[in-house]
Design a binder for this molecule. Structure first.
Ligand SMILES: O=C(O)CCC(=O)C(=O)O
Length: 304
């Protein structure tokens, strides 16, 4: 009974801080052995170029200074599967998304970043052109949360001063105006820039195994890694209500779904369900390339 009430107290405190600041820090969310297994798995990935695949894990082609992004990391092996509904955060994330507990991981990646690397500020409740950030929609009424996306960002290495820490602008999830540094001539929300010195931003220093959980409408990014060597490793699992789709269109493999518990399988597949087809209809009647070509033709036609 005592344990139940202290768990409820801990949740109430986290709820308060999440509502107030838009983020909470979970110390030692992962054990040292979990961190070691994740790091070992990443270290064993073969060298690939951006755009190439390692099985169903994708080396994302993007701004090089952001480092290597191993996208679709839920397919990277058992250590990554355990993160899908990890007890350190799944209850909190479910409460903050709301949506009657119907969660979906719409993006999951590991990021490895070396000296000089950074990611520009992005997010914020309102974007530079004044459009609401639907992605991270933040709502809390009568104590009940409904968020569009909640990110769990886990440190796999210690991240301190000079290491290119994640940077957040506390409370910006409730802002009614875009951050001045995300608009105007000095704006820092462009690829290649970093959040160093941005007004109101705080660096989130973490030990390996710590996690920071934040609503996506919080303005976020990182400062630049100034330490001349070493690398920063993080994992990000983004949770959303089940009506969202996979950000980059990944579909869980049959092998992964067969291996996962029903709860985990639901969390990775709700936004990418098998098509609603009559019995016996072929799911993959077209190759991926044929399907892509058709969709590209349709998109071009729609633009004419
Ligand atoms: O790299 C970081 O510290 C932040 C990651 C992030 O915001 C992103 O990749 O969208």
């Amino acid at each position: 009974m005592a344990t139940e009430s202290s768990a409820a107290d801990a949740s109430a405190e986290l709820d308060f801080l999440f509502d107030l600041n838009g983020f909470v820090k979970l110390r030692q969310a992962l054990s040292a052995s979990e961190v070691a297994s994740l790091n070992d798995a990443l270290t064993a990935f073969p060298p690939t170029e951006p755009g190439e695949w390692h099985g169903r894990v994708h080396n994302q082609s993007h701004d090089a200074q952001r480092g290597v992004n191993w996208q679709n990391i839920t397919e990277g092996g058992t250590p990554f599967e355990a993160l899908i509904d990890h007890p350190s955060w799944i209850g909190h994330v479910g409460r903050w998304i709301g949506s009657r507990g119907s969660l979906y991981v719409d993006e999951a990646f590991a990021n490895i970043r070396g000296p000089g690397g950074a990611i520009n500020v992005h997010g914020g409740a309102v974007s530079a052109d004044g459009v609401l950030n639907y992605n991270g929609l933040y709502h809390c009424e009568n104590g009940v949360f409904s968020c569009g996306q909640v990110n769990v960002l886990i440190a796999l290495t210690d991240i301190g001063p000079g290491d290119g820490a994640t940077c957040l602008v506390p409370c910006s999830h409730k802002s009614n105006r875009a951050h001045p540094d995300q608009t105007g001539p000095g704006r820092r929300d462009k690829m290649g820039l970093a959040m160093d010195g941005m007004d109101g931003a705080v660096e989130v220093h973490m030990e390996a195994g710590d996690a920071v959980v934040f609503v996506d409408s919080l303005a976020h990014g990182s400062v630049r890694r100034t330490n001349p060597d070493g690398e920063r490793r993080i994992i990000v699992y983004r949770y959303s209500p089940s009506m969202r789709r996979s950000r980059f269109g990944y579909r869980p493999s049959a092998e992964l779904l067969a291996r996962l518990t029903p709860e985990r399988a639901a969390i990775v597949s709700r936004g990418a369900p098998p098509e609603n087809l009559p019995p016996g209809a072929a799911l993959d009647a077209l190759s991926v390339e044929e399907l892509r070509a058709i969709l590209q033709r349709k998109e071009q036609a729609a633009r004419l």
